[in-house]
Design a protein around this ligand. Structure first.
Ligand code: 3HC
Ligand code: NAI
Length: 703
């Protein structure tokens, strides 16, 4: 009778096990069967109470995100209707939560009168991360369970709570030690409720969710978040919904929530964020790597170089409980690197994210060495030494000598050819690029660079490990700068050139931050160091020599010792942490433009947007055509998670699809014609973009 529900009886209890692999997403088919199971239990006089649980699966990851936008979203029973049916039963219902109760999954649990969770369960309302608000009662029932202030914080952050914390807050009534005793514990609770003649639903602990909050609490909250929300729709809708929980009776609040949820669901921002949700999962699917690909065990990691990147990289593994050996050239460098790591952990302790015992446990997982022999038992070695091919090749020759067979040998290079590094070893199949982003212990992006010879199991192992350490891995082929930095080049080049043509660095940055980018190009270069950018250009002088204007202003700043924030001036002047426009930079740009014969003019914000963004998009499309990126969504993930592109715009290529590919192409062609030699040199439409437009495609894919 049921295919997604295991229905059974245990004396006076009906046990309803949800079984929609892998995560019990509440799609239409499961909702229909659950509604039927509830009806069956309600109608059976022998059943006195119900226990809802995930049958050999997590409790529920919420509404089926893949259904959004299709007719199934609201097909009856809709999720809100199902939960109202559940809530109206006159028999107690206990939710037994194992694994996760997220979004609609937690809303399902809250529609039950009682909740038991196993100790490692995670609960939360992450809808906001999808540009949504909880739409099946979350904004109304959570405030009634934990109070409006706490509910607002949980709903706006999308943060997951551990079961213990959920219990403390009153979101969960009982805790089970582990998954194995969860169902038993939930059944015992249900029997207790029956023995006590407890009501089907207990009274709400916070029947007046906003009691005690100032009249202006919600307005003041919204005012504080204006710049952080930056025009995003969902946070404002979520706030309005939670506020209404304090003003309206439940039924009216639920009706309002529905309206607001529909608005969020229809928004372009939510569509963009849902695109990224699926992109993250899709990025793990790699040609040549299957579920059956055997993984190499990784019990110990070695990191070579304890500088800016090495230390952060090492912390990732230690945070996941994997011991790390750090190797350096000199003892002082090791001491410095380790001291920095300790300092980072101490900051986490000060912020309450870690306790002193955890700090000691993590530090105990590090060991240091100057001797390559100590790397013999490492399963993965990550090199993070200076960005110099000869030095890296020398390191890999040594690794080839000392490492055990099967060890994965990785380089954190940001630009160099992984194949040329692999070529100096007798085991190129074990060599791979692992391009972490700075700060490596914080940034979630990890570009995994697949060399020509990289073995599928080495790739599969690093993909899985990346997930284990909380990264978002994206596979890239080998080319200068891989996906992210290669796209940065034309984007930043246009920004630099625009300043010679008449824009100011602040104007360019403003256009980009108005679009939602975390930082403009010039603020970013000032932060990264103008000297660093200069050194990268030095290694490419031959390739850029044909354009005398190329990053000329940045070179001139370098020559004047204006290295950016660290030297107090760069494209901007700095007064402490405050960034100020600098007339000297404009004067320098004018002078350079004169020398180069560039006619300065008023530059419109639109031109800045189009030239920077279209060239970024164009390069992404070219990377796709070359096969460096496997899919356009991978490129979106790289720019959202590594370069501050606003997630709610879905990434640069998704954004291009929304703008229209025709518009991007005609924009590039237009500037190619109007910008003279410069336009002809650099503004070349990617052949794939031309083919897509000619074929009338709206989506960016290989054709
Ligand atoms: N809907 C549809 N598919 C989902 C899903 C959901 N809510 N949650 C997970 N999946 C799918 C994934 O796409 C993936 O599919 P694939 O194997 O075909 O790629 C599969 O389930 C496994 O997911 P993960 O790879 O992410 O597995 P993990 O074990 O790493 O993580 C998880 C599991 C923590 C549940 C994570 O998937 C997750 O965070 N899911 C989303 C939770 C969420 O955002 N829920 C809110 C949904 S919106 C909602 O409920 C609206 C309501 O208020 C009306
Ligand atoms: P860094 O200069 O801070 O650290 C490099 C460390 O390597 C130094 O401590 C040095 O003593 C050590 N080292 C040099 N040669 C060595 C050798 N032969 N054996 C052992 N140790 C050696 O440099 P950073 O910034 O950490 O960069 C390291 C690598 O990471 C480079 O390839 C760089 O391109 C890459 N990278 C850097 C990013 C950044 O933002 N800094 C971002 C992504 C990648």
């Amino acid at each position: 009778m049921y295919s997604l529900i295991h229905y059974s009886r245990d004396n006076e209890l009906a046990l309803i096990g949800l079984h929609q692999a892998p995560v019990n997403a509440l799609g239409h088919a499961l909702r229909r069967e659950l509604a039927e199971a509830c009806r069956q239990a309600a109608a059976d006089p022998a059943v006195k109470a119900l226990v809802l649980h995930g049958q050999d699966l997590p409790f529920s990851a919420g509404a089926d995100i893949g259904e959004f936008g299709s007719d199934f979203t609201w097909a009856e029973p809709s999720l809100p209707a199902l939960l109202e049916q559940l809530e109206s039963l006159d028999k107690p219902v206990v939710a037994a939560i194992a694994g996760v109760a997220l979004g609609g999954g937690l809303e399902l649990a809250m529609a039950c009168g009682y909740r038991v969770a196993e100790a490692s369960a995670q609960l939360g309302l992450p809808e906001i991360l999808l540009g949504l608000i909880p739409g099946a009662g979350g904004t109304q029932r959570l405030p009634r369970l934990v109070g409006a202030e706490q509910a607002l914080q949980l709903i706006l952050s999308g943060q997951r709570l551990g079961a213990g914390k959920a219990h403390e807050l009153g979101l969960v009534d009982r805790l089970a030690d582990n998954r194995d005793d969860l169902l038993e514990r939930a059944c015992a609770f249900a029997r207790e409720l029956l023995a006590d003649a407890a009501p089907a639903r207990p009274a709400w602990p916070h029947a007046e969710p906003a009691a005690g909050l100032d009249d202006h609490y919600f307005d003041a909250y919204a005012a504080r978040q204006v710049s952080r929300w930056h025009g995003q729709v969902a946070p404002q809708l979520a706030l309005a919904a939670v506020q209404s929980a304090g003003q309206l009776p439940l039924a009216a609040g639920l009706a309002l929530e529905q309206e607001l949820f529909q608005q969020a669901l229809a928004s372009a921002q939510s569509a963009a964020l849902r695109h990224l949700f699926f992109a993250e999962r899709e990025a793990l699917k790699i040609p040549g790597v299957t579920r059956d690909t055997a993984l190499r065990p990784i019990g110990k990691v070695a990191v070579i170089g304890a500088g800016t990147m090495g230390g952060g990289i090492a912390m990732n593994f230690v945070n996941a409980g994997i011991p790390v050996v750090l190797l350096e050239l000199k003892r002082e460098a090791l001491d410095r690197g380790l001291a920095q790591i300790r300092k980072n952990y101490e900051i986490s302790v000060q912020r309450g994210k870690l306790d002193e015992v955890q700090l000691q446990q993590r530090m105990a997982l590090f060991c240091t060495t100057l001797d390559y022999a100590d790397l013999a038992d490492a399963d993965l070695v990550i090199e993070a030494v200076f960005e110099n091919l000869e030095i890296k090749q020398q390191v890999f020759r040594t690794l080839d000598e000392v490492c055990k067979p099967g060890a994965i040998l990785a380089s954190n290079t940001s630009t160099l050819d992984v194949d040329r590094i692999a070529a100096v070893t007798r085991r190129p199949q074990d060599v791979i690029g692992l391009h972490f982003f700075s700060p490596a212990n914080v940034m979630r992006l990890l570009e995994i660079v697949r060399g020509a010879a990289t073995a599928p199991d080495a790739l599969a192992t690093t993909l899985q490990l990346a997930r284990k350490i909380g990264k978002i891995p994206v596979v890239s082929g080998v080319c200068f700068g891989f996906i992210g930095n290669r796209m940065l080049e034309p984007y930043a080049r246009e920004a630099h050139r625009l300043v010679l043509e008449g824009a100011s660095p602040a104007q360019v940055d403003r256009v980009l931050t108005n679009l939602g980018l975390a930082m403009g190009v010039f603020a970013m270069y000032d932060l990264a160091g103008i000297d660093v950018g200069y050194l990268v250009r030095e290694s490419r002088r031959a390739a850029i020599a044909h354009d005398p204007s190329y990053c000329k202003l940045a070179d001139a700043l370098y020559e004047r010792g204006r290295y950016g924030q660290k030297s107090g001036s760069g494209f901007y002047r700095y007064a402490g942490r405050e960034r100020l426009e600098d007339g000297e930079v404009i004067a320098l740009a004018e002078q350079l433009a004169g020398t180069l014969g560039i006619q300065r003019r008023v530059i419109s914000d639109q031109e800045i947007h189009d030239r920077c963004l279209f060239m970024l998009i164009n390069e992404g499309i070219q990377l796709l055509d070359e096969g460096i990126a496997l899919r356009s969504a991978d490129i979106d993930l790289v720019w959202v998670n590594g370069y501050g592109f606003p997630a709610w715009r879905g990434g640069p290529l998704y954004y291009a699809e929304q703008l229209g590919l025709q518009r991007v192409l005609s924009g590039i062609r237009n500037y190619r014609e109007t910008l003279g030699v410069y336009g002809e040199t650099w503004l070349r439409p990617a052949p794939l973009l031309e083919r897509l437009v000619a074929a009338g495609h709206q989506r960016i894919e290989r054709c």
